[in-house]
Design a protein around this ligand. Structure first.
Ligand code: SAJ
Length: 416
């Protein structure tokens, strides 16, 4: 149906590079564009600038076959996929400056007939905003052929892959494709069909933007419910883990697990885009964010209470810094925030952080004189107060080794 032979992927991060590589290994000519010179050089050598299972073999194969190249400037192409960051600003609205910059790179290259897809997680109407920026720079083009102007097709196709399983989920997950026009959606579907074996579901651009945000908000709201139960249970003096286990025996109840708060750069961010789009109606979504964001502070207060009722200068062991089990990713991790706050509030106590997946503390912790990266044995021997923050496999069978210390089990590991 389509004559797409060359694709430019703007942004060679966790999503852009895997997408570029998989398109290239499926025979398309792909040029990856990034502002980071080191990333461009690494990809052109066939190397990968970050760790993701199976990505390296795809990139080196595609580069050596001549199907994948990287560049600093946006080239002319038949299709463009924009996969740049959309962080949130201090007022929690989305920062669209990277999308604007991508649009400025693409606009001068267009001749009419191109397909432009936004993949970045975006607030409602960001795709239309990108279209407006491009058409503002290129008034000779149009979306609908009005006044005989050549057309461009614009769609949103949010990524939904789980880090660590990207190369598998890119192929197997269903995808939502939202077109600014139905022709744009059909063309985007044809392009993703090159590698996606899941169902490709078509809708409009704003519904596609919201679908991605809603998926992550659904998780956030349900985790907030579990975190709220953990506070109420603590007040009532009952075990929240037992409570949830019992309630989940009901055929229509499935409560998630409480924890130290929500980490990562998706679930803790995306709900704010919905709140920003409609503040007065997003009451549950906003409250859920606030409940989850307040959980690290509650954990800190509990640890401070335990330390206050122990002898002077006891050491504190914090088990786990990653934002979820069995990974090394510390980004937006509530455990890092808890460890930092504890170290600041307890300047005369040693805080031992145990994180089997890292060899060096992140700067936020390494710069504090009383934080040490310790192995598990050292920490359990030295500390009188132990805080279990991440359910890494290494921490699942500690039962007998935690009998002497005061233990705060924030993940319910000991109740399993
Ligand atoms: N968490 C809890 N209790 C739970 C489940 C999770 O406290 O019962 C916490 C985790 O410990 C972690 C955070 O939530 O701190 C998020 O972890 P996660 O594994 O639920 O999700 P992410 O952030 O790694 O990936 C999510 C996924 N979205 C959904 O499951 C709806 C993924 O599919 C998306 O592609 C990704 O966000 C993204 O890029 O948006």
């Amino acid at each position: 149906m389509d004559s797409i032979k060359t694709v430019a992927v703007i942004g060679l991060g966790y999503i852009g590079l895997p997408t570029a590589a998989i398109l290239a290994t499926n025979g398309l000519n792909v040029i990856g564009v990034d502002v980071n010179e080191k990333t461009v050089e690494a990809v052109n050598r066939g190397e990968v600038p970050f760790v993701e299972p199976d990505l390296a073999v795809h990139v080196s194969g595609a580069v050596s076959q001549g199907h994948l190249k990287a560049a600093l400037d946006t080239p002319s192409a038949d299709a463009y996929i924009v996969a740049v960051p959309t962080p949130f600003k201090a007022d929690r609205s989305a920062d669209l400056s990277f999308i604007e910059a991508a649009a400025h790179g693409i606009a001068p290259q267009l001749q009419g007939g191109e397909l432009i897809i936004l993949e970045s997680t975006s607030p409602p109407r960001a795709t239309r905003y990108m279209a407006d920026v491009i058409l503002g720079l290129r008034p000779d083009l149009s979306i609908d052929g009005q006044d005989g102007r050549p057309t461009i097709d614009i769609a949103h196709c949010p990524e939904r892959v789980l880090p660590g399983r990207v190369m598998i989920e890119l192929v197997t997950n269903d995808r939502i494709v939202g077109g600014v026009t139905s022709r744009a959606a059909e063309r985007a579907k044809a392009l993703y069909s090159v590698f996606c074996q899941g169902e490709i579901l078509l809708t409009d651009d704003v519904t596609a933007e919201m679908a991605k945000l809603v998926e992550n908000s659904f998780r956030d709201v349900n985790i907030a419910f579990a975190n709220e139960l953990s506070l109420i249970s603590d007040k009532l003096g009952i075990d929240v883990w037992e409570l949830i286990r019992l309630a989940n025996h009901h055929p229509r109840v499935n409560i998630l697990q409480p924890g130290p708060g929500v980490g990562g750069h998706c679930i803790a961010v995306d709900p704010w885009f919905i709140v920003d789009a409609d503040p007065s109606n997003s009451r549950i979504i906003r409250t859920a964010r606030e409940v989850n964001d307040s959980k690290p502070g509650w954990v800190v207060d509990k640890v401070l209470e335990a330390v206050a009722s122990a002898e002077d200068n006891v050491e504190v062991a914090v088990l786990g810094l990653a934002f979820k089990p069995n990974i090394d990713d510390l980004r937006e991790s509530p455990s890092v925030e808890i460890t930092r706050t504890l170290a600041e509030k307890l300047p005369h106590h040693v805080v031992r952080a145990v994180e089997p997946h890292i060899v060096e503390l992140p700067t936020a912790l390494g710069s504090l004189p009383n934080v040490r990266l310790s192995n598990l044995d050292e920490a359990l021997t030295a500390a009188a107060v132990v805080v279990l923050l991440v359910d890494h496999n290494e921490f699942l069978d500690l039962g007998e080794r935690l009998e002497e210390q005061t233990v705060l089990d924030v993940r319910g590991v000991l109740s399993r």
